[in-house]
Design a binder for this molecule. Structure first.
Ligand SMILES: [Zn+2]
Length: 80
């Protein structure tokens, strides 16, 4: 798997704040160096922020699903 794919596999954990510090730093370093992953993350963050503002609660399941689809979409683009 590409380096991008490896990082994006963890992205939902990253967004949930579930990663340990070491992995967090590693992912953030990659995101700052890789415009494509950075762009993907930005759109994911917007989706989540919008959702949180509306619900003020946990991310609903359908949004979680959309996030995962978006991640897979990003991964698919990587393999071209
Ligand atoms: Zn990347």
């Amino acid at each position: 798997m590409s380096e991008c794919g490896r990082h994006f596999e963890r992205i939902s954990e990253y967004l949930d704040g579930e990663l340990d510090q070491e992995t967090l730093v590693e992912i953030e370093r990659h995101l700052s160096e890789c415009p494509r992953c950075g762009n993907c993350l930005e759109s994911l963050k917007r989706t989540i922020a919008l959702c949180r503002r509306l619900e003020d609660e946990e991310i609903p399941l359908d949004v979680q699903r959309r996030i995962k689809e978006k991640v897979l979409e990003c991964l698919a683009e990587e393999s071209h």
